[in-house]
Write a protein of this length. Structure first.
Length: 256
């Protein structure tokens, strides 16, 4: 059995998330449809995670299995030819049979974009915000996330997580262009709706609704009702997924 990682990106605007849905179009479904055409059989695709409706991925990784070796360059080319323009394949790479797109990942990075002015070019890829925000206070609050492990306060109610424990290694705001701010957060794993809930609560800090101590109390509460609103999906990007070099026969994980 041969296993391959597919590195891809997509604009999530027109999709009901990554995962196949019974009555809605998903990114996984589109890829599996094309693989069916190419191999004349069902080829299951397992992604590194589940992005929600409207969330984008600048980098997603998924794996497929084959009983025979696949020409990686050929498969990447064919997928790009047949997939819609809002899904792009960066590359296909053979990995060790035990490699797993979801469980072998060591870290994931998300970006969330806020625009503080009306911008016709960012309207579907950044959340428009209408109030001034204190980003210094928001960064001070964000730094507290690195001291904690339980993030139940930022997990969507009713989620079936076995644990709410995550290890966050970075979380900060940066002004990428005039009036365009990016929140970057990296962790070993994320809970459902976690990033959008964290951003919404940090915005409460930036607006002066919460002080730094109150933000830490929200984290400690372990209750989704204690945190702020979940931000719109349009501003959220899955940015990067990291894997050990040892999973790849050539001894080095690709970077895109």
């Amino acid at each position: 059995m041969f296993r391959y990682f597919i590195y891809l990106a997509y604009d999530g605007t027109c999709y009901h998330g990554w995962q196949r849905q019974p009555n809605a179009v998903s990114v996984q479904e589109k890829i599996e449809e094309v693989l069916q055409l190419l191999f004349n059989r069902h080829v299951g695709v397992l992604g590194a995670g589940r992005t929600d409706t409207g969330v984008h991925a600048r980098l997603m990784v998924a794996h497929i299995d084959s009983e025979e070796a696949i020409d990686e360059a050929w498969l990447a080319f064919k997928l790009n030819c047949l997939l819609p323009p809002d899904i792009s394949i960066y590359g296909v790479h053979r990995v060790l049979p035990e490699a797993h797109a979801r469980f072998s990942a060591t870290a994931r990075t998300y970006h969330y974009y806020l625009t503080l002015r009306k911008d016709p070019f960012n309207r579907v890829h950044a959340c428009r915000f209408y109030y001034p925000l204190d980003f210094n206070k928001m960064n001070e609050a964000a730094s507290l996330l690195l001291r904690h492990r339980d993030f139940g306060s930022f997990c969507k109610a009713g989620s079936d997580n076995k644990t709410n424990l995550c290890l966050i290694s970075q979380a900060h705001w940066t002004e990428k262009a005039p009036a365009l701010w990016q929140f970057e957060i990296t962790a070993d794993r994320f809970l459902r709706n976690m990033v959008r809930a964290i951003v919404g609560t940090l915005i409460d800090v930036g607006k002066g609704r919460l002080n730094i101590q109150a933000f830490e109390e929200v984290i400690a509460a372990g209750d989704r009702r204690a945190s702020g609103d979940s931000m719109p999906a349009c501003g959220l990007f899955l940015e990067q997924i990291d894997y050990p070099d040892s999973l790849f026969p050539e001894g080095k994980a690709p970077r895109y």
